[in-house]
Write a protein that binds this ligand. Structure first.
Ligand code: 4NP
Length: 164
């Protein structure tokens, strides 16, 4: 990691239309509000390919907008091995995503691969539950968890910049 390189963060879920776009939008907003835009790069993707090219789920977009986060410009893409060359933090929403990412992980990946909620030790759970087949309240719960973990992750990237 060269000093002038931004810290690159990739959020990963299954479809890249609900949870990881929410994390992408929330964390990018917090990075920008902290004056770190350009120093921290944010992206998201899915382990599956069903929704590639699609905008985020309307329910995720609506819940995010209610809290001041814009997901409208995002489009789904599938994770690729090359992501391990680019990103410093690869953060999975649940253990199934983690298993899929570990299968792709090159031996020489030196970044951080882990559960996103590892940055929310105060949360009551350690996976962001998949809201896709549930009711609208599932999306509010996703936002609660994502906002909490984003605050923890923001502190982590500030510390990582100081360590560089
Ligand atoms: P996500 O939610 O992984 O949070 O984007 C899902 C979206 C779509 C599907 C599953 C989960 N699906 O099976 O199509």
């Amino acid at each position: 990691m060269k000093h002038e390189d931004p810290i690159r963060v990739l959020f990963v879920c299954l479809g890249n239309i609900c949870r990881s776009p929410t994390a992408h939008g929330v964390f990018a907003q917090k990075v920008s509000d902290a004056g770190l835009a350009g120093l921290v790069e944010v992206d998201s993707c899915g382990t599956g390919d069903w929704h590639v090219g699609n905008a985020p789920d309307r329910r995720a977009t609506a819940e995010a907008l209610r809290r001041g986060y814009d997901l409208s410009t995002q489009r789904a893409r599938q994770v690729a091995t090359a992501d391990f060359e680019r990103f410093d933090y690869i953060l999975a929403m649940d253990r199934m995503n983690m298993r899929d990412l570990e299968a792709l992980r090159p031996h020489d990946f030196s970044g951080h691969l882990g559960l996103f909620l590892g940055f929310a030790p105060a949360a009551s759970e350690d996976e962001v539950p998949d809201p896709y087949y549930g009711g609208d309240d599932g999306f509010g719960h996703v936002l609660d968890l994502v906002e909490l973990a984003s605050d923890g992750l923001l502190q982590e990237v500030r510390d990582a910049r100081r360590r560089k």
